[in-house]
Design a protein around this ligand. Sequence first.
Ligand code: NAP
Length: 357
Amino acid sequence: MSTDTPVTDDTVRDVVIVGSGVAGLSAAVYTARADLEPLVLEGPEPGGQLTLTTEVENYLGFPDGIGGMELIQNGKEQATRFGAEFTHGTVETATLDEQPFALELASGETLRTRALIVATGASARWVGADGEDDLMGYGLSTCATCDGAFHRGDDVLVIGGGDSAMEEALFLAKFADSVTVVHRRDELRASDIMAQRARDHDAIEFRWNTELLEIHGSQENGVTGATLVHHPDGHPTAKLDSSHEVDRETVDVGGIFYGVGHVPNTDFLAESPVELDDAGYIRTEPGMTTETAVEGVFGAGDVMDPDYRQAITAAGTGSMAALDAEAWLETRDVAETAAQPVVEVEAEAEAEVEAND
Ligand code: NAP
């Protein structure tokens, strides 16, 4: 599998895909099959969020489920088979106001491309609790839809007070014995309707003014418990080093889910003409398209989707971005070819004038 394609300053690619999660890989399969020889740039989280989950049970076509990592590896093999190339690199800035587009990488190299597919995803926010690095994917998860079904009969915690946390809690309540929403304040950020649904559910309870300090367990045994901290004025972890008295409590739980929001990976677009919404997600043009405010730049996957955020929808928008990029390149090719005779006619006319002089 080609993963180390060198980046050269003088090559202008037809298509560069930034991001190697399911959206980027789907775009790679489609653009490679269209003979566009895409280069996929694998960033700081190669393979994207799916590599953080153990089993994917809701991706169409895998009746027995498939490992997140395996799904990504399969996608990479599939794209490579059709001629996609892969290289590692993080885009620091993107110059998108002229053709070809230029992507300046952290390594100092520059990539040039006619069409750009941005599939950099969104990273789930982590809380910063002790143990989370070791236990993510081993009972600690950022995706109830992906991992909830592994917690039948467990007591689980959901961290957060927004719509994501309510959604996670409601989903988990189908499987878990009990779901405890741990929120750092005494007021939810979630919409009234989502908050009410969670409050009305018998299996869901709330721990107010409480935060997760430490996660207990091991990769062999999964999550086994947690240390929670509580202060009546909220934000207890911020008060740990001060004179406030913060209560600590150890709870036995079989799973912990983070629902503290996602951050779209669009920092490198901040100064570019690509439009972002207030939360940093790429704005695509109205209607069913992946076109952005910049012609030739297309958005795919979670980086342009604050709502659905499923592997299968990311794959879908990846294929859409590829088809949109292909159509856009064809339009440009036609325009450039149509422009050619004019140039030739002018050159011929100039040559004739020179000959007559
Ligand atoms: P959000 O609205 O930003 O909520 C994040 C929650 O996590 C907040 O309650 C926040 O606490 C808490 N939090 C953040 N960092 C934390 C930390 N380090 N430790 C503990 N708690 C932390 O994010 P979201 O819930 O993902 O929603 C994002 C957007 O998507 C919203 O517009 C939402 O309406 C939308 N959405 C809609 C649906 C739906 O309608 N079905 C589902 C999901 C998301 P504070 O409240 O104290 O800041």
